[in-house]
Design a protein around this ligand. Structure first.
Ligand code: IDP
Ligand code: MG
Length: 152
């Protein structure tokens, strides 16, 4: 049963918020069958973003990335379900929207790699790290979904 409790960290970036894509992203994850277990809107601090993107700190686009992520509020979410990390990445599309297929979030709603509207954890290990970075334990909820036995 633990595999059904896998969690991923999804964040709608400032451009996704400004362009009105919050509802569409939530709709896609809900309709797929994943369970929302945490959600908040916030202006991410520089410190939080530096930690979140620490693996990219030596890349030339790092300062631009941090400024972009600080340019407005983001919507941070935790979604739960079987294979949600990998499937979540498939639903997002490729890092560069130009390589993302239609039907994916980045393939459908954005154009440029520097404005790719959404973040999703790339492994279970980074998901766990990112969830504990962005959320306190008591900001995540435990509840049973009435759809559970119709999904699994
Ligand atoms: P991911 O978000 O698909 O996991 P990463 O390689 O982890 O992609 O990069 C993190 C974020 O950094 C991307 O989502 C994008 O916002 C930004 N980024 C990645 N590559 C570039 C680039 O070449 N130019 C500008 N921004 C980039
Ligand atoms: Mg990444």
């Amino acid at each position: 049963m633990a595999e059904l409790k896998e969690r991923t960290f999804i964040a709608i970036k400032p451009d996704g918020v400004q362009r009105g894509i919050i509802g569409e992203v939530i709709k896609r994850f809900e309709m797929k069958g994943f369970k929302l277990v945490g959600m908040k809107m916030l202006h991410a601090s520089e410190d939080l973003l530096m930690k979140h993107y620490v693996d990219l700190k030596d890349r030339p686009f790092f300062p631009t990335l941090i400024n972009y992520m600080r340019s407005g509020p983001v919507v941070a979410m935790v979604w739960e379900g079987k294979g949600v990390v990998k499937t979540g990445r498939v639903m997002l599309g490729e890092t560069n929207p130009a390589d993302s297929k239609p039907g994916t979030i980045r393939g459908d709603f954005c154009i440029d790699v520097s404005k790719n509207i959404i973040h999703g954890s790339d492994s279970v290990e980074s998901a766990n790290k990112e969830i504990s970075l962005w959320f306190k334990d008591d900001e995540l909820v435990n509840y049973s979904s009435c759809a559970f036995s119709w999904l699994y």
